[in-house]
Design a protein around this ligand. Sequence first.
Ligand SMILES: Cc1ncc(COP(=O)(O)O)c(C=O)c1O
Length: 365
Amino acid sequence: MFYRETWAEIDLDALQKNIRLCEAWTKKAVFAVIKANGYGHGDEFIARKALSSGAKMLMVSSMDEALSLRNKKINGDILILGYIHPKDVRLALKHGIRLTVTSLEWLKEIVKHPVDGLIVHVKYDTGMNRLGVKLQDEVREILTICDRHGIQTEGIFTHFASSDEEDNVLTSKQYEKFNELLDSLDREFKWIHCANSDAALHFQENRCNSTRLGLAIYGYSTFNIGLKPVMRLYSKIVHVKQVEAGETVSYGATYSPLKTEWIATIPIGYADGWSRRHQGDVAYIGDEACEYVGRVCMDQTMIRLQTYHPVDTIVELLGDHADVVKMAKHMETIPYEILTQVSDRIPKVYYENGKKIGEVHSRMK
Ligand SMILES: Cc1ncc(COP(=O)(O)O)c(C=O)c1O
């Protein structure tokens, strides 16, 4: 139950379709990246559906995100892609959470305490220069230390910096470097992975057996293969009035109509993750484009109607008409930012086989 006139609808069938499409396209195992609250779609339903759709592992960025899944009784394999403080390794052991070895120093620190049974993936930094081990010798030392301390090195991976660009030189260089490392190691890994969504869908490689997919499973990629957006976002008109020429709308009086216009208010704002950069972009009522006029406020936003619509009219903010890729261009950002910003103040309603199967509104627990 929720009492807001703004909500997100999450199509779990689309999620399943996307995962299966990607799996068929890449012929590799899919690891579902569900960090940042499942890219804004909510972690619990997304995690369950991803696993039942064939994802072999869930990937998050922090211990908090991993524990959030375990607290919701998600029992599948989980890998934390980011750094965790050495003192928190005991939580990984307790809850059966896989960790990324981000550096040799980190590994040396964690083996000061019992780590027998820990499962890790070693991250090799081939050019992203964010996290990971840069030297082959260090990787070899890491494997030796892991063996000595009963740590299972289940996986090895790297991350591309420019996978959204076709025929990118850096991607090829990074892949080459990753291959050189693998060739130099006399070692089998259960999982070898290097590709995120864009790389998985267009970069030809045959060394890996798995892919880490975020954006694609939610329905987007620069290299589209028929993916279907999982999230739709709606609001309703809660107030409508005529604004005369010369009057202004919202904070800072940045918008002033040239003639009398119907201006409607919808209850979504930057506190919901609906950025001030939406100003000048459009929402839709049916096929009718309605520009966001004036500054987006904390809880409310104004749109210009082409014709009068009453209170309670549904407005599409993300959906068949309001496309996140176009929106991202308008805002000079990327779809990732728009999706992950959808805050937990927005209730999420989940659909499967065309039927509502649940809703999550973290403010109403
Ligand atoms: C290490 C790593 N792998 C995979 C992904 C998923 O990327 P994408 O959403 O482009 O598939 C991310 C996302 O940021 C990441 O940080």
